[in-house]
Design a protein around this ligand. Structure first.
Ligand SMILES: *Cc1c(COP(=O)(O)O)cnc(C)c1O
Length: 460
């Protein structure tokens, strides 16, 4: 146990990257040039980049050694076999198909199983997952528990699927129209909240009883496994690896973005038990990604992924990882800042509905807070709310999603405690001046995944 001492970064820094410190005056111009969309800022104009934890991890010295050691054979690369055996050790799945990132695995899976009239179910679909389902012509349905939708409510497993609601839905549309149920661990869009082993097991039992394949969106499987170890009865003495193995044992397959819990900058995979489905997936992979033993990646990437999957299960790392989000959360909650409680594994989510209650959903309150954090301290965050998930009704009126969030995602092994202390100071400044924040309106909006490229202007 860590006792009362500070939970330190369990690594030393071997190689550094400078941060360019901008002034507030510069940032006013830079944000306007970026159309008030932090996605459109240049990374060099950002001081602390909490846009995403995706692909932003610092690799270890051993992973960099793997980059040199990768086998670049077109077919049958040694690095593929190392990667395959590591994924198989953790997940137990039969067919391991590498892809260049998570959404490529999703695209293959949902283009094979999707199509008009099909319905997919999840605790919460991540945005690229939903987009791949919808692009196929199918529908994506989220069944998050009531407690998962209450940001201020503290519960250990707020990522759980609402199983009774999902069961009713299956009766309504028919199991034969549901090609797959996908459990997202941890639930990224719902606040990085974990899913309990009990919920995973019960969902799996139900899906199997109705012949619905059960898959895991495994992006943050290690963080979720750590939460099971520390929060769920009966798991305290189990290794995180054995918890992860149990979690995957309930599923028929998984999609994974290795840019999260595999500690690499690019990579992913699709894992499938069903040999026939895996064969069609590999054929699709050959058309879109590459040969099945490299799938859109270099051999070195596969090698680094295998090593990252080993390091992610280190319990000192996971203790530090989860503590970082908890520390940031505790400190800003102490000032009165509303967040999703308790903080998830990879991020702290500010609840913008309560941060700026006077800005209506149609004027993008979370985008306004995100912009203010950049102006105040060069901290880049991302809106997860009406910009990302808002829809329009037939008359073009805004339909708001349930939550308006500002995600402060924490890149793995990149920032130290003093960087986090700086972020806390920036949040405090914006919180003090929250009454001055103004909403925004679109000046450009793309038809799908509009948050990546949208441009705005501030309302007066
Ligand atoms: C990042 C992410 C994805 C998509 O992965 P990419 O590598 O970005 O394509 C899918 N699901 C979840 C939960 C994610 O966090």
């Amino acid at each position: 146990m860590a006792g009362m001492k500070t939970i330190i970064e369990p690594f030393k820094i071997k190689s550094v990257e400078p941060i360019r410190v901008t002034t507030r005056e510069e940032r006013v111009g830079l944000l306007a040039e970026a159309g008030y969309n932090p996605f459109l800022l240049k990374a060099d104009d950002v001081i602390i980049d909490l846009l995403t934890d995706s692909g932003t991890s610092a690799m270890s010295a051993k992973q960099w050694a793997c980059i040199m050691d990768g086998d670049e054979s077109y077919a049958g690369s040694r690095s593929f076999y190392r990667f395959e055996s590591k994924v198989r050790e953790i997940t137990g799945f039969r067919n391991i198909i590498p892809t260049h990132q998570g959404r490529a695995a999703e695209h293959i899976l949902f283009s094979l199983l999707g199509g008009a009239g099909k319905h997919f179910a999840s605790n919460t679909h991540f945005d690229t997952t939903r987009a791949n389902i919808e692009v196929s012509g199918a529908e994506a349905h989220d069944f998050l528990t009531a407690e998962g939708k209450r940001p201020e409510f503290r519960a250990p497993f707020k990522g759980n699927i609402d199983l009774p609601a999902f069961k009713r839905f299956v009766d309504e549309v028919g199991a034969e129209n549901i090609p797959l149920c996908l459990m997202t661990v941890t639930n990224n869009s719902g606040g990085g909240q974990p899913v309990s082993m009990a919920n995973i097991r019960e969902t799996s039992v139900f899906c199997r009883s109705r012949g619905i394949p059960f898959f895991i969106d495994a992006c943050r499987f290690a963080e979720n496994s750590w939460f099971i170890k520390t929060r769920e009865e009966g798991y305290a003495d189990r290794s995180v690896l054995s918890i992860a193995q149990e979690l995957f044992s309930y599923a028929d397959g998984a999609t994974m973005s290795a840019k999260k819990d595999a500690l690499v900058n690019i990579g992913g995979f699709l894992a499938i038990n069903d040999d026939a489905l895996a064969m069609t997936a590999r054929n699709s992979l050959i058309v879109t990604e590459g040969f099945p033993t490299y799938g859109g990646l270099a051999g070195r990437d596969l090698e680094a992924m295998a090593q990252g999957l080993e390091e992610i299960l280190d319990e000192d790392y996971l203790r530090y990882r989860v503590r970082t989000a908890e520390y940031l959360g505790e400190r800003i909650v102490a000032m009165g800042v509303p967040i999703i409680e308790p903080p998830g594994g990879h991020a702290v989510y500010i609840d913008a509905k309560r941060f700026v209650p006077d800005i209506p959903a149609g004027q993008f309150p979370a985008q306004a807070v995100s912009c203010a954090l950049y102006l105040e301290g060069g901290v880049r965050t991302v809106e997860i709310g009406s910009v990302m998930f808002g829809k329009r009704d037939a008359e073009g009126r805004h339909i708001a999603p349930p939550m308006e969030l500002v995600r402060m995602a924490l890149p793995r092994r990149v920032y130290t405690q003093s960087h986090i202390d700086y972020v806390i100071e920036v949040v405090e400044e914006v919180w003090k001046r929250r009454a001055e924040l103004k909403g925004l309106r679109f000046t450009y909006e793309a038809p799908v995944l509009r948050h990546f490229t949208a441009r705005f202007e501030p309302l007066r």
